[in-house]
Design a protein around this ligand. Sequence first.
Ligand SMILES: [Zn+2]
Length: 746
Amino acid sequence: MRHIGSTLLIASIAIAATPFTERDTIRGFTAESSKTQLEWEAKFKAIPDPSRMREAMRLLSARPHHVGSPYDKQNAEWIRDQFKSYGWDARIEEFDVLFPTPKERVLELTAPTNYTANLDETPIAVDPTSNQKDEQLPAYNAYSADGDVTGPLVFVNQGVPADYDELERRGISVKGAIVIAKYGGSWRGIKPKVAAEHGAIGCIIYSDPGNDGYAIGDVFPNGPMRPAQGVQRGSVQDMPTYPGDPATPGIGATKNARRTPLDKIPTLTKIPVLPISYGNAQPLLAALKGPAVPSSWRGGLPITYRFGPGPAIVHLKVKSNWDTRTLYDVIAKIPGTTEPDQWIIRGNHHDAWVNGAEDPISGLIAELEEARAIGQLLKQGWKPKRTIVYAAWDGEEPGLLGSTEWVETHAEELEKKAVIYINSDTNGRGMLGVSGSHTLENFVNGVARDIDDPEAKVSVWKRSQAARIGFGSADERKDARTREDLRIGALGSGSDYSSFLQHLGIAALNVGYGGEDDGGIYHSIYDDFYWFTHFSDTSFVYGRALAQTVGVAVMRLANAELLPFTFSNLAETARTYTTELQRLRDSRYDAITETNRAIDEGVYVAVNDPRDPRLAPPRKTQPPQFNFAPLLNALDSLSSAAKRYDRAAANLSTQGAKLKSVNQRLVQAERAMTSDDGLKGRPWYRHLIYAPGFYTGYGVKTMPAVRESIEQGKWENVDAEIARVAEALTREATLVSQLVGELGAK
Ligand SMILES: [Zn+2]
């Protein structure tokens, strides 16, 4: 999996407060220790080798390797043995999880004509791994409910809540209907969830050629885009409620764990859902009648897109084998010499939907080269102060299973020891994209300044800054020119950082390059070695850049005298979130006031076109004023403490400062922003600043409980949720203030 959105949008820039002469000193190191550190980093950066990455990708993507397949286990064992050969202590940790696979899939049009969808991804002659039929999982959505339903078809655009508002105004109900939605606009699992909430009995999701097919570029194998028969597989379990093994929420899926019976699991879909190609979708969509859809709903097929319902009648049957399968997480360690109980954790998943050269092997091969390089440094005498833990997760694709079960199993130990989790997933050519904890924004900017871009011959930081100035909005451009650090995005969901950050409150980063190549092979049989070596990072130099970026970050974190967390960027970013929330309230107030007034004025009745009728929207209650004062006060405290901390940390002296104790408490800094009660209705998510959206899936909602209460019109919850966020930021401010004292500063 990967998160949606352009990687370009993720980085933005830094404040001119630090004079460039200080650049020889790395944050968290003294002038002297910086020198030694930079020498080791130079040795490290010379090691990762694109040709080895290419060979590792060829091997790891040679056969389908989804959860439960023979090659998934074989890959895990090979990865473990690679770590061992590099000098790491490596082992496989197993979990037993619920993993459904397709048993029956039927999709047919029964009226006004008959058509049976073949649901088949055809092999392509020039692509040697596309014909491994015996080992490929057919295209399906994992954790779809079983069902056998027949009903009229309705086109619901992307199937997000706003699309159903539009249908309502057209007087179109999906009760008792089967909906067809295109991919995009939300994570796929949201589509059957919202469809079921509106009374639909089945859901079909298809890849429209307007998104990643011929409307964008040549299709595979002539180009990188999705061919007519290409299907996007993927999980539809309700991950915004909790990810991981659906049968063991909150606890590790170990052999004897207590499991929820299948019929009591809340995160399976309520209705059957099936993903299909645009080749299979076209006859269904072409059979719809009713008014033509608005332009924003149209896709790239050569048909008139219509809403329905009917006269197309569809029969959909989905049945799975509800088996328990074993996961093989590879966990490799190098013990720290002086701080073995502070862990720097880094991971990438190894399982794929099919061959998965891009997703996930393009990221995993960088991780393996980092591990090999670190192994070589150890032989040359380099020693990490802190323990380094490298993980290759299994079961990410079905729902972050391998990372979540590992985190839940070791929660108590991780809460004490985990300093950070650094994730990667897919990687390609282009700009550095980073999202994560804003306590690490300044740190990761420092790393990016020291990595060379393989194409542009400037630092990857400089290139990201230039991209912001060249392609960004006016605000992004201004930020890029005047702010010291490029902004990093906040993390929602979509890869293995979720349980670390959002369940346990471990500071996290997600790192990858991309944005220069399009592709339409995501989660299909065509995401393979042939595709990657023809259309993506074909020389693997961005694989090397990823290994250098993450490797340098790991080495700095492992040996910093003072852990490089800072709080000014967090305070400033949290203030922008607060401003957004205030504006969101005001814009909701204005929009609702305007709509209600237009209803009173009879506007909707007067402008109605009787030949294409639309109903007036429903009247809504305006939001009251909310009390943002506690949050603004907390932000003032945090900003002031953060400034004092920056000064104390910049003049780092190992004399007199209680560094051991300060580091210990810095490890807990992200945890201060969590709550044991978690978010309302989904207590697995404990971070009060970052969460995946309940109705976006992967897309982040910052200060989620406040933001979603406003978005969903639950005005009565807003003040209490503001107070909870304020308490979290006040805890953070108090901790930071205390650290200033311990650093021996005034
Ligand atoms: Zn992935």
